[in-house]
Ligand binder design. Structure first.
Ligand SMILES: [Zn+2]
Length: 134
């Protein structure tokens, strides 16, 4: 048992191993494999196998710098997607309680509470006042 472990350690030395992108690819392959059980389209299985192959290729790769750069790129993209969703959700939550108006003279966005009838809005940036329905 110990010998197998040592051989595995020896085999993995100098190889890239798992990272965030690797885990994402493995999870994607797994989801596709499960989906393939229901969808029964050979393409789903094929794509799942291809994704799994790529994730293993990256794990055993010796080109560590290249794999690191791929992971960096992936992290950047996944961060911006998460950020977009976060902003989107924030706007949705705010949308029921607040109204966002743009100042007619400088374009500054101003958040006002909803349901207060006609109100005078004061722009904090250029000191313009304008009347809107909240
Ligand atoms: Zn203004």
């Amino acid at each position: 048992m110990n010998q197998i472990r040592n051989q595995l350690i020896k085999f993995m030395t100098g190889r890239y191993g798992a990272d965030k992108l690797g885990r994402f690819l493995t999870a994607t392959a797994f989801v596709l494999l499960v989906a393939g059980l229901f969808i029964r389209n050979p393409w789903v299985d094929f794509i799942a196998a291809a994704v799994l192959l790529v994730s293993y290729y990256r794990m055993f790769s010796r080109n560590i710098r290249r794999r690191f750069e791929e992971n960096q790129k992936f992290e950047r993209v996944s961060f911006s997607i998460a950020e977009t969703f976060r902003r989107w959700r924030f706007r949705l939550q705010q949308g029921s309680k607040f109204h966002i108006y743009k100042c007619p003279s400088c374009g500054q966005k101003i958040r006002v509470p909803r349901g207060k009838g006609k109100i005078k809005i004061h722009c904090p940036k250029c000191n313009t006042d304008f009347i809107k329905k909240s």
